[in-house]
Design a protein around this ligand. Structure first.
Ligand SMILES: [Zn+2]
Length: 309
């Protein structure tokens, strides 16, 4: 076997697609739900084409950082209007999400042309602290504002997917505020981005990240144009080398349960109006939901005990 990182011939070891250290934080989510292959299984998602040296020595610092930021900020849930002061290491965060996407692409035998020798060097060397120019990261809080509790959709605290549908306009075209009638947009296309190699969405419990990997020859001008669209069109915060941003909610009652659907900012606003009109986020409904969730949290504790990692 040829190692996917160093390129040396050696025996393959099992590498977690999402760090084991992160999965360990959520033992109650014991099943892997693979929508693409239409399978549910109990084992962790893995790839087996990494040599022992890369797996245990060269790239393991990335997993340590992943565990650190998820356990610091995202074990807890957030409320609808919360904002979080998120301090992060931008380069390490790039490495975490690049590593996960690279693992996932290989496990699906998809195109990995983005991962050139220099990108792999970037991942393998802890001392490279300069972030990649042609990678964009966005982030926001995933907050359930719908009347449907998490477990109704499979209790997937960790989710990820390639090329989420980043829409060019709102899912809901308009609402009649007098009658409450809702008009869905009939033809909603994806936003086009020039020189996009691939994108990913990641959900780690209460946070969501978008990773966009641009072709290596993208010009500064093209990159800036894409980043302006991303920054102003979606309810996400763009992360930068500053390493400190405040994150707010990036989900609506619909997109919370369908992470592959990225609505525009004003689309999320329209959904918030619908939620408000229905009264599903009123104090009394929230009270009911909290009670149900309390019972569910107890059940999660049982599940965590029943399926120790
Ligand atoms: Zn290797």
């Amino acid at each position: 076997m040829i190692c996917a990182y160093c390129g040396e011939e050696s025996k393959g070891t099992k590498e977690h697609i999402i760090s084991c250290a992160i999965l360990d934080l959520f033992p109650e989510c014991f099943a892997t739900i693979d929508n693409i292959r239409g399978k549910i299984h109990q084992g962790d998602p893995m790839v087996k084409d990494v040599c022992a040296v890369c797996n245990n020595k060269r790239i393991s610092y990335i997993d340590s950082y992943a565990k650190q930021f998820v356990s610091t900020y995202f074990i807890r849930k957030y409320d609808k209007d919360d904002s979080l002061e998120f301090e992060y290491d931008y380069t390490l965060l790039q490495k975490v999400l690049l590593k996960y996407s690279y693992n996932d692409l290989r496990s699906r035998k998809e195109d990995t042309s983005f991962f050139t020798k220099s990108v792999l060097e970037f991942l393998m060397h802890e001392d490279i602290t300069q972030p990649l120019r042609n990678v964009t990261l966005l982030s926001g809080l995933a907050v359930n504002t719908s009347p449907a509790p998490d477990y109704m959709f499979g209790n997937n605290k960790i989710r990820w997917g390639k090329n989420p549908a980043m829409l060019s306009n709102s899912i809901i075209e308009r609402i009649n505020y007098e009658t409450g009638e809702i008009h869905h947009r009939e033809n909603n296309s994806r936003q086009e981005f020039e020189k996009l190699n691939f994108s990913y969405v990641f959900r780690f419990n209460s946070v969501q990240f978008l990773l966009l990997c641009w072709e290596h020859d993208i010009s500064d001008e093209e990159l800036q144009k894409n980043n302006i669209i991303l920054k102003y069109q979606y309810p996400y915060t763009m992360l930068t080398e500053e390493g400190h941003h405040s994150l707010s909610r990036c989900t609506s009652e619909t997109t919370y349960h369908f992470e592959m659907l990225i609505d525009v900012s004003w689309g999320q606003g329209i959904f918030d109006d619908i939620t408000w009109m229905r009264g599903t986020y009123s104090d009394s409904s929230q009270q009911y939901l909290k009670e149900v969730e309390k019972a569910w949290n107890k059940e999660e504790e049982n599940l965590a005990k029943k399926f120790p990692r």
